[in-house]
Design a protein around this ligand. Structure first.
Ligand SMILES: [Zn+2]
Length: 286
């Protein structure tokens, strides 16, 4: 078994060496399930805008299993509002069928509590990076590297920040790592008061670093694709609930290659019109 259930009933989401070896063999392409904003409450009966986040994740997990990914990422807002230990306990139990088979990597959002998260998920896939006060990790995913950044600034308030230590780490990291890289970070990257407040400084760092191909983010509970100087910006839909009926609720199947990727929406609620549609992106050259 790739994880153990501790006395306190908390899950460890480590991948087995066999799973990691399999992922490394996939040097030409790799399949990942991309989720965001699952907003799991400790109490499974919670309803928000008519959606039940627990039911939505229960529906998503078998679909992810059928996709047989090399890994799954949840791009922040793991918990309902405040990142309570009970929220993470419920989340750990819900993702367990996927975590038994493949790495489940999670970034932190503004409705997460870093300390509670790190306690609940004591063993996490990827290589943890030494960034003061932040949870940053790097996953080696065949044709590319996946970097999970940490934009959690205040629990249960809207705005986010990478902060100086993480930006400095990022500059150093990109100087010595030239492999094609995609980032996952929770907050939106515009100049709004509820976005990642240092997103412009983030872009100043990654724009000239041509090995950076795409940034995936959540927070807005919207699904969209943009570009900034050939760098792809992908706003993942929310699994928990949308803020607006025009948006899908669901997740994205990703097929990453060295030169690009294919991304297929799997809507489970909200606006399902685009469900099953694939967006193909080509990475900018290094
Ligand atoms: Zn959210």
């Amino acid at each position: 078994m790739p994880y153990t259930l501790s006395r306190r009933n908390l899950l460890r989401l480590a991948a087995t060496p066999a799973v990691l070896a399999l992922a490394q063999d996939r040097s030409s392409s790799t399949k990942w399930a991309l989720l965001s904003d699952v907003h799991i409450p400790a109490d499974p009966s919670g309803v928000y805008r008519g959606f039940r986040p627990v039911e939505n994740l229960k529906k998503t997990v078998p679909a992810v299993g059928a996709f047989k990914p090399d890994g799954m990422i949840i791009c922040g807002d793991l918990a309902r509002l405040e990142g309570l230990p009970g929220d993470y306990e419920t989340l750990g139990a819900l993702v367990r069928p996927v975590a038994e088979r493949t790495p489940v990597a999670m970034a932190l959002g503004n409705h997460d509590d870093r300390k509670n998260f790190l306690t609940a998920f004591s063993s996490r896939p990827g290589e943890a990076q030494d960034v003061q006060g932040k949870w940053v990790s790097v996953l080696d995913a065949g044709p590319l590297r996946i970097v999970l950044l940490d934009s959690l600034l205040y629990v249960n308030r809207v705005a986010g920040l990478l902060g100086k230590a993480q930006r400095q780490w990022l500059e150093t990291y990109l100087r010595s790592n030239q492999a094609p890289t995609v980032f996952f970070v929770h907050h939106t990257l515009d100049d709004g008061d509820g976005a990642m407040l240092d997103s412009q400084r983030f872009f100043e760092i990654i724009r000239p670093a041509k090995q950076v191909k795409a940034v995936f983010y959540g927070h807005s509970h919207r699904y969209r694709y943009d570009q900034e100087d050939g760098l792809h910006l992908v706003n993942l839909p929310a699994v928990g609930y949308n803020f607006n009926d025009a948006e899908p609720v669901g997740w994205v199947e990703a097929l990453f290659r060295k030169d690009g990727g294919d991304f297929t929406l799997r809507a489970i609620g909200g606006n399902t019109e685009q469900s099953g549609k694939t967006v193909s992106l080509r990475w900018r050259s290094s």
